[in-house]
Design a binder for this molecule. Structure first.
Ligand SMILES: Nc1ncnc2c1ncn2[C@@H]1O[C@H](COP(=O)(O)OP(=O)(O)OP(=O)(O)O)[C@@H](O)[C@H]1O
Ligand SMILES: [Mg+2]
Length: 356
């Protein structure tokens, strides 16, 4: 059965809505050899977007290669993933990949002792030149690089090699916004100014409304535009949650969706997320919890003011700075236009329902 609303996995085809501007910009980068860096909060749609752009490129001289490095723990894991993805992505069959491996003196199942990082890193460029093609390498969960032992040296090595390549470009993206920013936005870091940086914004409500309405219609049900709009605003237009909440509403709806259906659907969403949120918050100190409560109560700046520290028991100024740093590192809070917010809109609803 075709799913009416899809969440939790990357989406394609009819399940993919909007993103016309972003698709155009990234595709133009791919076609013109411009490196791309894609940053957004979790589950907004980075993977879906990059896969869509890759599949939309029909020009035979441009080859796109997608790899996910979420499980790479060190640079050698990375080189193995990199080499196999490049060889498989540029050869039409496995045997060809093995032949290319020999030709380019690469051994698959790379071991730390026989690794030549430079040989591996320059592989796409060599293949691209030989095939007179342009290769675009898309690396998902790129922030993993920041966790590697001796990460800075690895980053220097990658950048050093990649920046000289003429026939290969890169699209780097990942689900941990804060770590991605650390890699790409600090002047001191090797990947600073590596390419065109896109902040992927939520899909606008005007795009979601017809999408949600048509999905309801496909099941013989109706949802008014105002209610579809409320689905979006309840979860701050967060892509994955819009789909999940719309699905919950659809399940509640007899024929015409009602306000009550939405209320029940939100309750259900909180239930569905509850164990994850419990896990994410149970090890927090009481100061850290107090800080989250302050943000949920509508405080977004000026945490050091006496009224705020007294009301929420946040401790000294230096304590507050520590709390903010550790909650940011855990990706629980985020700073948008100078305002501190709970990074996950449903976590915010859940905290509010639990503690306020
Ligand atoms: N263009 C889109 N149209 C409709 N729904 C979308 C779109 N992009 C994302 N979504 C919704 O968001 C969910 C997550 O998408 P995706 O996995 O692409 O996001 P991501 O940003 O890569 O997530 P993560 O941060 O976990 O890596 C999808 O399952 C889908 O429900
Ligand atoms: Mg992703």
């Amino acid at each position: 059965m075709e799913k009416t609303f899809v969440f939790g996995v990357s989406v394609e085809g009819d399940n993919f809505t909007d993103r016309t501007q972003e698709t155009k910009r990234i595709r133009s980068n791919f076609e013109n050899g411009v490196n791309t860096i894609l940053i957004s909060p979790r589950r907004i749609g980075k993977t879906s977007l990059v896969k869509k752009v890759c599949s939309s490129i029909t020009e035979p001289s441009i080859k796109t290669i997608y790899m996910d490095i979420y499980d790479c723990r060190n640079e050698y894991d990375f080189y193995t993933r990199f080499a196999t993805s490049v060889l498989q992505g540029t050869s039409s069959r496995i045997e060809h990949a093995l032949e290319s491996a020999k030709e380019f003196s690469i051994s698959l199942g790379i071991k730390p002792k026989d690794i030549e990082p430079e040989t591996i890193l320059s592989l796409p460029e060599k293949i691209a030149r030989k095939k007179r093609a342009h290769i675009v390498i898309c690396i998902d969960e790129f922030q993993q690089i920041g966790e590697f032992p001796d990460s800075l040296t690895v980053q220097k090595r990658l950048r050093g090699s990649w920046q000289h390549q003429q026939s290969t470009s890169y699209c780097l993206f990942g689900s941990k916004k804060h770590m991605m920013e650390n890699i790409f936005q600090s002047r001191r870091m090797p990947f600073y100014m590596f390419g065109d940086t896109l902040y992927l914004k939520p899909i606008p409500t005007r795009e979601w409304i017809p999408f949600i309405q048509s999905r309801f219609a496909s099941k013989g049900k109706f949802i008014a535009a105002e209610l579809a709009e409320k689905i979006c605003s309840t979860v701050d237009n967060h892509s994955s949650y819009v789909q999940q909440l719309a699905w919950n509403v659809l399940l509640q709806t007899e024929s015409n969706a009602t306000e009550q259906n939405l209320k029940d659907a939100v309750k259900e969403l909180l239930n569905q997320c509850s164990s994850l949120f419990t896990q994410q918050t149970e090890s927090l100190s009481s100061y850290q919890m107090n800080f989250l409560k302050a943000v949920c109560s509508g405080i977004h700046s000026g945490f050091g003011h006496k009224e705020v520290t007294d009301r929420f028991d946040l401790g000294s100024k230096s304590n507050i700075a520590r709390i903010q740093k550790s909650l940011t590192d855990k990706e629980l809070i985020d700073k948008i236009d100078g305002r501190t917010v709970i990074a996950d809109p449903v976590l915010r609803l859940w905290l509010t329902s639990q503690y306020l």
